[in-house]
Ligand binder design. Structure first.
Ligand SMILES: [Fe+2]
Length: 285
């Protein structure tokens, strides 16, 4: 039996974001993100835009019901399930309507649900995004945790993500950990905070000028840039963030670093210039 997880390569495919007021999110992601909505159930909608997908459900504000990663080959998905079962991970039923039967779910140490699946016909766009939708491929999903060491170790040692960068405090505590499941710097990251919660998701644009165009677009909606523009140390990507009506953060990113699977991780100081090399950072802890 191989001692290397069958996870690689896997890409973030979609996630389900919950809200007490789904209608407000549907409006925002429609006008703001150029995504077209289709109702799937009484309290569930899918939103499609260019290279980005999102499910919106009725539930607690600022909570992600699940994040879903695509593994395009059935044989590798099945190998990943066996790999996880051999490590004592409970396999859960797939909750996502965007993946068919070839999918399963697990819970991470904070109870956050992750889905792994083969995108089938049902994953294809149900509706075209708006004609003027700007480029932004769904790329990474980030959570905060009160136990980032435990969570990062689960993603690295049990699931098979590869650490790209970690942030450490002066006394050696893990402040953040960025992990990749393909050559893009991170598809998942965890930040230390006082409690487990959803942190943000990112759309990878085609170039830096796209971030300008996104900012001009949000200006027409009177949606302010919440953080940025700047350049992250870990990932070296250019970025700006906005917030949706619930306060969920959306990152527009460009030029994210690529790292081969066998490239060693780096360690950064826990300071503002790490998270934004241009200065001024959102510090979660
Ligand atoms: Fe990010």
């Amino acid at each position: 039996m191989s001692d290397v997880s069958p996870l690689w390569p896997a890409t973030l495919h979609h996630f389900r974001l919950d809200s007490e007021d789904p209608a407000a999110l549907l409006d925002f992601y429609g006008a703001g993100l150029g995504m077209a909505a289709k109702q799937l159930g009484e309290d569930l909608w899918r939103l499609d835009g260019p290279a980005r997908r999102l499910l919106v459900g009725r539930g607690d504000n600022e909570s992600v019901a699940y994040g879903a990663f695509a593994i395009p080959e059935v044989a590798r998905l099945e190998a990943l399930q066996r790999w996880l079962e051999a490590r004592g991970v409970e396999i859960l039923a797939n909750p996502s309507p965007l993946f068919g039967n070839a999918a399963f779910a697990i819970a991470d140490p904070d109870g956050q649900i992750l889905v792994f699946g083969v995108p089938g016909p049902e994953a294809g766009a149900a509706a075209a995004g708006t004609d003027d939708a700007l480029p932004g491929r769904i790329q990474h999903l980030v959570f905060a945790s009160a136990q980032p060491e435990t969570v990062a170790a689960f993603y690295r040692d049990t699931l098979g993500f590869v650490v790209s960068d970690e942030v450490r405090t002066d006394d050696g505590q893990l402040g953040a950990c960025f992990l990749r499941s393909d050559e893009e710097h991170h598809s998942y990251a965890v930040f230390r905070a006082d409690a487990a919660r959803y942190d943000h998701h990112a759309l990878e644009t085609d170039c830096w000028n796209d971030i300008r165009d996104w900012a001009d677009h949000f200006a027409t909606m009177r949606v302010p840039i919440w953080w940025g523009p700047g350049r992250h140390g870990p990932g070296n990507n250019l970025f700006a963030m906005v917030r949706d009506p619930d306060g969920n953060r959306i990152e527009l990113s460009a030029e994210i670093e690529h790292m081969p699977r066998d490239m060693e991780f780096r360690t950064w100081a826990h300071e503002e210039f790490t998270l934004n090399m241009w200065g001024g950072a959102w510090m979660r802890s």
